[in-house]
Write a protein that binds this ligand. Sequence first.
Ligand SMILES: NC(=O)N[C@@H](CC(=O)O)C(=O)O
Ligand SMILES: [Zn+2]
Ligand SMILES: [Zn+2]
Length: 434
Amino acid sequence: MTEQNTILLRGASLLGEQSADVLVVGGVVAEIGSPSAEGARVVDADGLVALPGLVDLHTHLREPGREDAETVLTGSRAAAVGGFTAVLAMANTSPVTDTAEAAERVHDLGRAAGLVDVHPVGAVTKGLAGEELAELGLMARSRARVRVFSDDGRCVANPRVMRRALEYVKAFGGVVSQHAQDPDLAGPQSCCHEGELSGRLGLPGWPGVAEEVIVARDVMLARHTGSRVHVAHASTAGTVEVLRWARSQGIAVTAEVTPHHLLLTTDLLGDYDPTYKVNPPLRPAEDVEALRAALADGTIDAVATDHAPHARHDKEHAFVDAAFGMLGLETALPVVASVMVETGLMTWADVARVMSTTPAAIAGLEGQGRGLEVGAPANIVLVDPSADVTVDRDASVSLSRNNPWHGRTFGASVRHTLLRGRPTVLDGSLVEGR
Ligand SMILES: NC(=O)N[C@@H](CC(=O)O)C(=O)O
Ligand SMILES: [Zn+2]
Ligand SMILES: [Zn+2]
């Protein structure tokens, strides 16, 4: 055993429960309990909570096309700092990830960055145009092994196209992740939750029902096709009701919620700050409450960041013209800890489920989501559950600065991240180079 490939995590609280030492040899969890530390590099994990490495079902990395906002490398850095060991990179790049070659390029850039597993999401339709199916089968069979397909940024609005996509991906165990937004109910300019505030601010509204009708339609299509649909960034209490019904019927639907929809509300738009412009929009407190309850009771399966970096010149506009989206990778765990754990709604074991194990299962990722099992790849994050950290957008490793959490203080932080036993983050700082 050499120091390089043997690491002992000493005294970590596993899933926030019993303390133990975790011995990692050659990238694999070799022993849990009180293994000998001989020859191992020791990482003091006393007081830290060990979770399996986080898995993000919904990340925008912007490469190719908008490398000024984020690249696969800079987004991988943000992911590692946030405790992630795998991310699904959305297809709305330029060009769009709608071919096997495009998917392999993103996959290879992720490998080269080497900080987190980057799994490209394949577009459902060519050019995200909503009409002709993309090369779903070729992407699935490519070196990138694509299993998650999404036109995210746009809704697959045509029900016939959605039905065909569901039928197609069923053959190889794929899933369609839907950005649920009926384009007629939420018109082209809509940029804020439709309600009393949108009226007062004079902003075109995006009503919750525009999401709910698509979710309702899609669960019926999932039932009809026997295929799997995943609801991206669920944002309303009505969506939760539909999901609850679909689940009671045994329909194969899963859903994610973002950290921002679990904490931020529409009234932040009062002074027209485009930092808070996001799709779907921030909703009223009743929706936020329903989303928290649904995550706690399992109606919503996962937390996904929807990390959406944007260059300053795309955000600094009048509210209606600014780009939609906010950063999320570096702050997801602290936000979820504050909203769900510190409130007593969930345990750390629940956090492991919604941020690692379940997203890994939804995306069909084998070596992820089980980093605390003997014999599994050592994808592990160590969290300080009693930190006191104030978010500084200028300290971000992302290339963008559209950070809605700037200036907020959180009580938990990521200390160390291990990707197959290799530290990518130690004491909160990136470790680059293999
Ligand atoms: N969430 C956002 O507000 N923006 C996303 C697109 C999307 O997730 O719909 C983006 O690509 O910027
Ligand atoms: Zn979306
Ligand atoms: Zn998105």
